[in-house]
Design a protein around this ligand. Structure first.
Ligand code: HEM
Length: 120
């Protein structure tokens, strides 16, 4: 079974992203990066990206992670912002009762995007 299916598939991941973005957008340390952007569109793309990254359906048509975060990097996104963003993701999974071993798997996969996001 894929990690995507373990997590409950598209519907569960979509609900987790709603909860996650509610945290991100009310945290002034990271919310400014989303100013003026269509967050629903970003969420939809991130859902497709995560489905692909977690071994589910491959239908991602967004930009590569390096290009997608160009604007945020120009606005000063660095390791600290990255860690805050990721800790909201972890908190969300914990609140939803995802078992710790699964959370570790999710975070390990998510971290493979770090260098692209930060432009390293
Ligand atoms: C490994 C971690 C991350 C992944 C997997 C990820 C994934 C994505 C994806 C798939 C998109 C949509 C790309 C597109 O529209 O073509 C996106 C856009 C975006 N992400 Fe991330 N992201 C990560 C980390 C972050 C962090 C740390 C921040 C800021 C705190 C951030 C802020 C944004 C913003 C502002 C956009 C919209 C860009 C735009 O439309 O111009 N992301 N992200």
């Amino acid at each position: 079974m894929s990690l995507h299916a373990d997590l409950g598939g598209d519907e569960a991941i979509g609900m987790a992203l709603d909860r996650f973005y509610a945290k991100v957008l009310t945290d002034s340390r990271v919310s400014p990066y989303f100013d003026g952007l269509d967050v629903d569109r970003i969420k939809a793309r991130q859902k497709d990206f995560l489905a692909m990254a977690f071994g589910g359906p491959n239908r991602y048509t967004g930009r590569n992670l390096h290009a997608a975060h160009e604007r945020a990097r120009q606005q000063g996104l660095d390791e600290e912002g990255y860690d805050i963003f990721m800790s909201h993701f972890r908190d969300t999974l914990e609140e939803l009762g995802v078992p710790e071993t699964k959370i570790e798997e999710v975070m390990t996969i998510a971290h493979t995007g770090k260098d692209d996001v930060l432009g390293h």
